[in-house]
Design a binder for this molecule. Structure first.
Ligand code: AMP
Ligand code: MG
Length: 426
């Protein structure tokens, strides 16, 4: 996923010939959303340790050579290749040592060697390292046999990274490896994009928050807590706006506040048939929003658009649908908006499915699966139990999505299926 060159209008997009809001393929919806994503531009300076999970807003240029000096890749002896013979052993005088952090300070002469440890600076007169296993020391002399190559077992100054070279590129999310790499070149502060601000609320008269007692027919709101978790994992700045009743005036006010304070607004519930009507009218007044029935299961209804300057994702109400639509549409979009570039698709791979799967052609399904290894070390996947879109336990038990393509019918036990691992993502 890469940000678009220019931003078209939602109306242009919805006028395309093959646009069908009542049966929108997953890929098509993703591609359409991608066209409207303009990444953040504001940045801030943060200490390198606090930059974990943030996105680099400028290239990191190396101020030094890495390694800084020619140094030894082995424990052994630094020698001048010219002193070695091609046919007979030679004996060299050991005149000193070079340790990591404590170089040899003398000047090596002909027929001399310096004891050297891994990572220690090469004496400038030496050009070759003979590993200690290929050398015999006795009485301050080292005997070296034949068959050595000039410059062997050396690490050259700047061979990993030269002064002025780009160490890390703008757009890269920083993981522990990058934090270490930045530190390795002596940089203590980096410029990152500011965090993406995401406001979210749940809609529904039936919902109560934790701490209240549900009345007749009421349920605890879980989506807001799931969404809070998913956004926090993505390093967003979260604005939790609570539960909003199914009341047009309250919902309109909530949308206006959310859009004024955030880069992205996410709601759950209220986009299904019957409920969508007043939300649609209102959003068309406040901004430009498309309502889709995505050809996927779970997670059919989805709304996407702009309210003022903010992006809007209207997720379905069912708790599993919320998570699936978030990971299949919202996650990548948030990463693009947060400045990450490129945003590679999450990896998938094929694995044997040990259970038979029920599937009707016509929609892409994201069943919840458990990948496990048998005694011989082979991996296979099985489905978590019931796949109802209200059963959040299926997400908790799962460690992968089993992705069944649109045209796929029932899957026989033992067939190969595509899986997307949740570890590190969900
Ligand atoms: P809706 O899309 O608003 O018609 O909701 C679909 C289903 O999801 C209904 O059974 C709702 O009760 C349920 N639901 C909606 N919002 C939430 C929420 N925040 N937490 C838990 N369940 C919800
Ligand atoms: Mg509702």
């Amino acid at each position: 996923m890469t940000p678009p060159a220019s931003t078209p209008t939602l109306r242009d997009a919805s006028c395309a010939d093959d646009y069908d809001p009542n049966s929108m393929p997953v890929d098509k919806a993703r591609a359409l959303i991608t066209r409207f994503l303009t990444p953040l531009t504001s940045t801030e300076r943060v200490p390198v340790r606090s930059a974990l999970g943030r996105v680099l807003a400028e290239d990191v240029i190396s101020p030094i050579n890495v390694p800084a000096h020619d140094n030894s890749a082995m424990d052994g002896y630094a020698v001048r290749f010219a002193d070695l013979k091609s046919a007979v052993d030679v004996s060299l005088t050991v005149v000193g040592s070079s340790f990591a952090g404590k170089p040899y300070v003398g000047k090596m002469q002909a027929d001399e060697a310096v004891r050297i440890m891994t990572g220690a600076v090469m004496p400038p007169e030496a050009d070759t390292i003979v590993m200690q296993e290929h050398a015999q020391v006795e009485n301050g002399h080292v005997t070296i046999g034949i068959g050595h190559r000039k410059n062997q077992n050396l690490r050259r100054a700047g061979e990993d990274l030269a002064i002025g070279q780009i160490a890390l590129k703008r757009g890269l999310p920083l993981r522990p490896a990058e934090i270490g790499l930045i530190s390795s070149i002596g940089i203590g502060e980096v410029t990152v994009f500011r965090k993406l601000r995401v406001a979210f609320f749940s809609t529904g008269d039936e919902l109560v928050s934790i701490g209240s007692i549900p009345g007749e027919g009421q349920i605890f709101d879980s989506n807001r807590y799931t969404i809070h978790g998913m956004l926090t994992r993505l390093n967003c700045e979260v604005i939790d706006m609570g539960v909003v009743r199914d009341d047009p005036a309250l919902i309109e006010a909530a949308f206006a506040t959310a859009a004024a304070n955030a880069d992205v607004v996410i709601t759950s519930g209220g986009v299904s048939v019957g409920e969508a009507d007043f939300v649609r009218d209102m959003l068309n007044k406040l901004g430009e929003v498309l309502f889709w029935k995505i050809a996927m299961k779970p997670g059919r209804p989805l709304a996407y658009g702009k309210i003022g300057g903010a992006h809007f994702f209207g997720l379905p109400g069912n708790p599993v649908s919320v998570m699936v639509t978030f990971y299949q549409f919202v996650r990548d979009a948030l990463l693009v908006l947060a400045g990450q570039n490129p945003v590679p698709p999450l990896p998938t791979f094929k694995v044997s499915c040990s259970s038979a799967l029920k599937k009707a052609p016509g929609r892409t399904e994201f069943q919840r699966g458990i990948l496990s290894q048998d005694a011989a070390g082979a991996w296979s996947v099985r489905v978590t139990g019931e796949q109802g879109s209200g059963i959040l336990r299926s997400m908790s038990e799962a460690n992968c999505f089993i992705i069944l393509p649109t045209d796929q019918g029932n899957v026989a036990a033992g067939a190969l299926v595509e899986v997307q691992v949740m570890e590190g993502v969900v």
